[in-house]
Ligand binder design. Sequence first.
Ligand code: FAD
Ligand code: MLT
Ligand code: ZN
Length: 471
Amino acid sequence: MQAFIEHLSKILEQRYILTQDEDKAPYLTDWRKRYIGKALAVLLPSTSDEVAAIVKLCAQNQVALVPQGGNTGFCGGATPDNSGKQVVLNLKRMNQIREIDIANQTITIEAGCILRALQEKALEHGFLFPLSLGAEGSCMIGGNLATNAGGTNVLRYGNARDLCLGLEVVTAKGEIWNGIKGLRKDNTGYDLRDLFIGSEGTLGIITAAVMKLYPLPVSQWTTLVACENIASTITLLNLFQKRASSLLTGFEMMTRESLDLNEKHFPHMANPLQGNSPFTVLIELSDHESEEHVRQLLETILEEAFEVKLISNAVIASNLTQANTFWHMREHITLAQAEEGANLKHDITIPLSSLDSFIQQTDALMRDKFPGVRIINFGHLGDGNLHYNIAPPLGVDPKIFNETNERQIHELVYGQVERCKGSISAEHGVGQLKLDGLRAHKGEVAHELMRALKTALDPQNILNPHKVVSI
Ligand code: FAD
Ligand code: MLT
Ligand code: ZN
């Protein structure tokens, strides 16, 4: 392998080839500290040509690559295995904005651009880039596309896939596919762009992308409301969809248990709504007409919701700072979970018509089989995307609890997801965490087609092997 490393130094400056343990360490553990890998080297290229040359060299030497962006993923997709033979290819140095096309309302950026930097660049030019998630200060657009990230604006603007018009990708052979086009229509055969999006670095390395921009809304209003049961939250969503239509840009559900956990670890994040209701919903409307228009609309819908007893309490943010506080409260749940210790995360989608049945039955089975477990639910209700999380009973060591029960708990949840015709991953992806889950629940034909695609595009199995599907 010495010759391989020497060859690398013809492609990258020595300081961008990390081989010392202390230099590699930050790249070898995932955000949740569930996975710790080893790597021959961590490589930091700054151009697509460098990425292509590295992949070619890896292909010649049968060295597997693990692409990495901000390393905020939840499924161990960006962590190498334990062999110490893989290389991590981190794209953070590829962070240039290549072009902003005002008339076409698009931005072309490199994969290592941090999501928040992209949002800020769009804002500078008077546009909205709507992808928004708790990790936006460190996740990168390449990682967002590779995982087809969701977040809090999906119900209005769609997920990362819906926001992408073109891609540049380095293939497993080390060729550069130039799909950098800002077209909203293109029916020339198979959609290669959509194949690479969501493939979690297993089919190609995304080096750049053309993303859609949107006009900035003139006003946004945010409210927190209290609901007594999940059925009411769904009827409330339908009411907002009917009355506000495309002005509805956020609809996030938080259970009492998730907000209690938040308050335990971040007392300043206490729920401003009195009453301690079982469900709190954060709703955002965005308007292109006027502040007055959207505020009136929000108040009218809330009045109707009170009248038909869908909500028992509501507070409208009186200014931007308070609106941000509501959003921070929602985003802090993930951080509170991390503070509390290891827990089992599920990012499922269920058709909204089956969500009530899913929760009732899964909760009952979970409490019966694992007495004392804490169910920490929250999620992007507007998309039917529930973060159904299981924490061990109070006082039980999370590590030991998870080691003993993880498989059974995942299977219980996935079984119920299948019963309700849902998906075991709405946004976090598969990585190594859900490799078995995907094999068991994707369906045999779909799973075989995925394996066939992987074999065709990466016959040497050098791109993020044993993530998503094994061949
Ligand atoms: P990484 O974690 O580095 O990589 C993720 C996967 O993509 C890996 O398989 C990796 O190999 C691959 N990859 C990375 N870059 C490339 C590339 N250039 N080419 C090919 N493959 C690549 N996710 C959501 O969807 N919605 C949320 O609301 C959300 N909230 C979060 C909140 C917090 C606090 C945290 C920590 C995470 C959250 N996530 C959420 C998960 C995570 O942020 C997303 O999955 C994000 O898209 C990952 O981006 P990244 O740059 O960190 O990718
Ligand atoms: C969220 O919705 O906050 C993210 O997906 C993170 C999480 O599930 O914890
Ligand atoms: Zn989420």
